[in-house]
Design a protein around this ligand. Structure first.
Ligand SMILES: NC(=O)c1ccc[n+]([C@@H]2O[C@H](COP(=O)([O-])OP(=O)(O)OC[C@H]3O[C@@H](n4cnc5c(N)ncnc54)[C@H](O)[C@@H]3O)[C@@H](O)[C@H]2O)c1
Ligand SMILES: O=C(O)C[C@H](O)C(=O)O
Length: 336
């Protein structure tokens, strides 16, 4: 209790002074570089810290020449470099980890990415336990529970500060709808719930301006497997990087706006959620109102139609297994 209030006071005093340090772990990668670029263009970011196991100082030197006010620092790939990159961070984005190649599922990345995320989560728990942690590395359905377990083991878990970034699913859904309806995607607000892989991605078109799309199997499939479209087109060179950078920058911007006092900021995101806990599912993506302390309010799913109820049903089975896999990994491999 004492820890939680101390954490909240510190976070508030930094944002009250409008000083926002944002750290990117995996900053020299396909997502990391354009994400860092977009964060450098964001006037709410005053201090941008870039860390990677290779190349972060070079990316930082390059980005630091952009004529916006924020200070950019690239850190060496050492434990002290990582700790310095994280110290005082308000937001940490984690795109560190390997991407898919054609024929792979996101779960096929688990063996490599689980330990990368575990070790970075440990560094966060030690150096910036009060930060908002935004997990991009796949499989998100498992890497977010991994982070939670690491924070719990160190007694610093704050469920309001841990987010799986599912913004790209929302971005895609609005773009795909706008292509069908010939509208501006900025006017298409599509809620996507569940998790971030295949059938765990559930768009709720019945809640949009185009409820008839909730039976459009082709569109639903495209939202659920949009990532595969990019993996296939890149033909072995990785997965979505540029659209993901935009989506990650949007999620970070939303959190910063909320921490700077703006009200009513809502983003669908994968969080520790009460919505399906009675079914043993501790994490779920739904519309979340953000505030100065991270999660302000987890909004209910609301009315959904029968077709969408079936999609949610199909999501829950896979999601439960993905979450359990992350929790079991930390239990069996707590690391150093
Ligand atoms: N959440 C989403 O919607 C979403 C979207 C796209 C990609 N992704 C995932 O994001 C991850 C990164 O994708 P990418 O295309 O940028 O890959 P990438 O290989 O281009 O970049 C990954 C970077 O992580 C770095 N890295 C590896 N281990 C590290 C460690 N221990 N500490 C710090 N940095 C480390 C690498 O050096 C590399 O620069 C993948 O797992 C991918 O599946 C998620
Ligand atoms: O598809 C992937 O592997 C990357 C990412 O999760 C995406 O949705 O584009």
């Amino acid at each position: 209790m004492f820890m939680a209030s101390r954490i909240q006071t510190r976070a508030f005093s930094a944002s009250a002074r409008n000083l926002s340090k944002v750290t990117v772990l995996g900053a020299a990668g396909g997502i990391g570089q354009p994400l860092s670029l977009l964060l450098k263009l964001n006037p709410k970011v005053t201090d941008l810290a870039l860390y990677d196991i290779r190349g972060a100082p070079g990316v930082a030197a390059d980005i630091s020449h952009i004529n916006t006010k924020s200070k950019v620092t690239g850190y060496e790939p050492t434990p002290s470099g990582l700790a310095s990159a994280l110290k005082g961070a308000e937001v940490v984005l984690i795109p560190a980890g390997v991407p898919r190649k054609p024929g792979m599922t996101r779960d096929d990345l688990f063996n490599t990415n689980a330990s990368i995320v575990r070790d970075l989560a440990k560094a966060c728990a030690e150096s910036c336990p009060e930060a908002n942690i935004l997990v991009i590395a796949n499989p998100v359905n498992s890497t977010v529970p991994i982070c939670a377990e690491i924070f719990k083991a160190r007694g610093v878990y704050n469920p309001k500060r841990l987010f799986g970034v599912t913004t790209l699913d929302v971005v895609r859904a609005s773009r795909f709808v706008s292509e069908i309806k010939d509208t501006d995607p900025a006017d298409e607000n599509i809620t996507v719930v569940g998790g971030h892989s295949g059938v765990t991605i559930v768009p709720l078109f019945s809640q949009s301006k185009h409820p008839e799309l909730s039976t459009n199997a082709e569109l639903i499939n495209r939202v659920q497997f949009g990532g595969d479209e990019v993996v296939k087109a890149k033909d072995g060179a990785g997965s979505a990087t540029l659209s993901m950078a935009m989506a990650g920058a949007r999620m970070a911007e939303s959190l910063l706006r909320a921490s700077h006092g703006e009200k009513g900021i809502v983003e669908p995101t994968f969080v520790d959620s009460p919505l399906y806990k009675d079914q043993g599912i501790d994490f779920f993506s739904s519309r979340v109102e953000l505030g100065p302390n991270g999660v302000e309010k987890i909004l209910p799913l609301g009315e959904i139609n029968d077709a969408e109820k079936k999609l949610v049903e199909a999501c829950l089975g896979d999601l439960k297994k993905n979450i359990e896999k992350g929790v079991a990994f930390v239990a069996a491999n707590p690391g150093k």
